[in-house]
Design a binder for this molecule. Structure first.
Ligand code: GAL
Length: 542
């Protein structure tokens, strides 16, 4: 049963008596700054070599990055992953592996730097490294950062001169430490080395929470990738709703690339194309000295790299779901501009014919489509676009038309400040699959405490003014619940409160809100009790 309510609560009143709150109501939300670093590009030793690495091998890969033309298109980092550890002496000082790195790590970093590249290294937040567990590398026992934070960071970053560090969590899992606190301690030690230019990667194998963006340039959001299609597919599946957590130069890390190994050409295109549109770091994981031509060309595809390194630093979101197939989109070059990047992704075993209504992509008029993988124009299409994507395939395209003001904002596109995937909160705000919801997804467990909000950071209005907002939500009572109220804020100012919601199905709640011209921040919450589960909201200009 659908219940319609019209509640223009507070909106008018608040807007007309906001003089005491000038600051918040008179300004729109700032456009995201563009003065940040793009996703990191480079190579890492792990995928092909695991702990079986050595000085010559790393130096040869650095040479190959230059000679294969990869440096010229933006690949910059040569990262030594797990496997270089030797032993700690009586002062706690770390020594390198006697056979693999008999001359220490400084000559390795020096060689990399001599090529105009940057050098990356690896450690663990706990006592033991992952290699000591998964790869029987006994040298990793006691080689983690725990208890040696400053000593190790001074050695790796100041003395040896490494520019990037990936910090794993195997040893810290054993110790039962708090992730946020543990990574903050290590980052503090990094800052105390005096190096301010070190890039940090958190490797906790799941989206760790909003704090990760305060400490690191990127964070892993999945378990380890391996050389196989099922890994590529499952990591993309885990990335679908994480777009809002990548912002301002801080990125979800979908793990290192398996391109140049055993994937088919079309699977490699999915792997690289989706990593690019998702603004994941791009770390090559194959042997660059023997890489086949087709894989090398894909890794050097400048048009795909451009959407990865785009100055807006955005991760694509699911604009539309077609069963198991997805259409992703993101702004490039200019926020709310006429040009966007789109991916039509078919992970199934059958060809799939997509028909995308351009309105869903927020574009109107004649829309120019360019296939970025094959670097060819596909033509100009009006109204909608039909395209068949092969099994395990993708079309990654730039689309350019006339930008429309969208009237739909899905819950699964929103920023959830309290969300994490490491299970540190009970009854945490979460994504809830729901067949009757648009896109098949809702957000549940909103509210119950201050800060546990759902936030759309970039709600756009060309002119500003009054809008009818329709919130599609479900207010099924949870156990012991007395009431479900929804608070709606625009640019941090409360616009409407809807009390005593109770419906087992998705219902449409109407409120009136005022938007400023340009970008607005829309927040929904309840600082005491649960707010309803939210599917989406729509806007209609009044
Ligand atoms: C895993 C990590 C891998 C690799 C490995 C080294 O925990 O996710 O990417 O670094 O450890 O042992």
């Amino acid at each position: 049963m659908k219940k319609f309510m019209f509640l223009a609560l507070l909106a008018g009143a608040i807007l007309s008596c906001n003089s005491g709150n000038e600051e918040k109501t008179s300004t729109t939300v700032d456009e995201p700054s563009t003065s940040f670093l793009p996703p990191l590009m480079g190579w890492s030793s792990w995928n092909t070599y695991h702990v079986n690495i050595n000085e010559e091998l790393i130096k040869r890969q650095a040479d190959a990055m230059v000679s294969q033309g990869l440096k010229d298109v933006g690949y910059l980092y040569i990262n030594t992953d797990d496997g270089f550890f030797g032993w700690r002496d009586e002062t706690g000082l770390m020594h390198t592996h006697p056979d693999r790195f008999p001359n220490g790590m400084k000559p390795v970093a020096d060689h990399i730097h001599s090529l105009g590249l940057k050098a990356g290294i690896y450690s663990d937040a706990g006592t033991n490294t992952c290699g000591s567990m998964g790869d029987n590398d006994v040298r990793g026992i006691g080689s983690g950062l725990y208890g040696h934070e400053q000593q190790d960071m001074d050695l790796y970053l100041k003395e040896w001169g490494f520019d990037f560090i990936k910090i794993d969590y195997c040893g810290a899992s054993e110790l039962g430490l708090d992730e946020h606190q543990r990574y903050a301690e290590i980052v503090d030690a990094i800052h105390k080395t005096g190096r301010t230019d070190v890039s940090i990667n958190i490797c906790r194998w799941a989206y760790p929470g909003a704090w990760a963006a305060e400490l690191a340039r990127s964070w892993r959001m999945s378990g380890d990738i391996q050389d196989g299609w099922s890994y590529v597919k499952s990591i993309i599946g885990e990335s679908l709703y994480l777009s809002s957590f990548a912002h301002d130069g801080h990125y979800n890390d979908m793990d290192m690339l398996e391109i140049g190994r055993s994937l088919t050409q079309s699977e490699e295109e999915v792997h690289f194309g989706i990593w690019c549109i998702m603004s994941s770091p791009l770390l090559i994981g194959c042997d660059m000295t023997t890489i086949r031509e087709s894989s090398l060309n894909l890794l050097k595809n400048k048009e795909l790299i451009a959407i990865n390194q785009d100055k807006l630093g955005l991760q694509a979101y699911v604009a539309q779901r077609f069963g198991d197939c997805y259409a992703f989109v993101k702004d490039i070059e200019e926020l709310h501009g006429n040009k966007r990047a789109m991916a039509l992704y078919n992970p199934t075993e059958q060809p799939f014919e997509f028909t995308v209504d351009w309105k869903t992509m927020e574009l109107g008029g004649d829309v120019k489509v360019r296939d970025l993988v094959h670097q060819k124009d596909l033509g100009t299409f009006n109204g909608s676009f039909t395209y068949t994507v092969e099994p395990h395939g993708v079309l990654v395209a730039s689309i350019e038309g006339q930008r429309l003001e969208t009237d739909v904002y899905e819950a699964e596109w929103a920023y959830l400040p309290f969300y994490n995937e490491i299970g540190t909160r009970r009854q945490m705000i979460n994504f809830l699959p729901e067949e009757t919801a648009s896109g098949g997804m809702m957000v549940t467990n909103i509210g119950g405490q201050p800060g546990n909000d759902i936030v759309w950071k970039n709600v756009y209005s060309e002119q500003g003014g009054d809008y009818e907002m329709t919130v599609y939500c479900n207010s099924k009572f949870k156990r012991n619940e007395k009431t479900r109220d929804l608070h709606v804020l625009v640019n941090d100012v409360e616009q409407a409160v809807v009390n005593n919601l109770h419906s087992d199905e998705i219902e449409a709640i109407k409120v009136k809100v005022a938007l400023q011209p340009g970008f607005n921040k829309v927040t929904m919450n309840n600082t005491i009790f649960w707010a309803p589960d939210i599917d989406r909201f729509t806007l209609k200009k009044l």
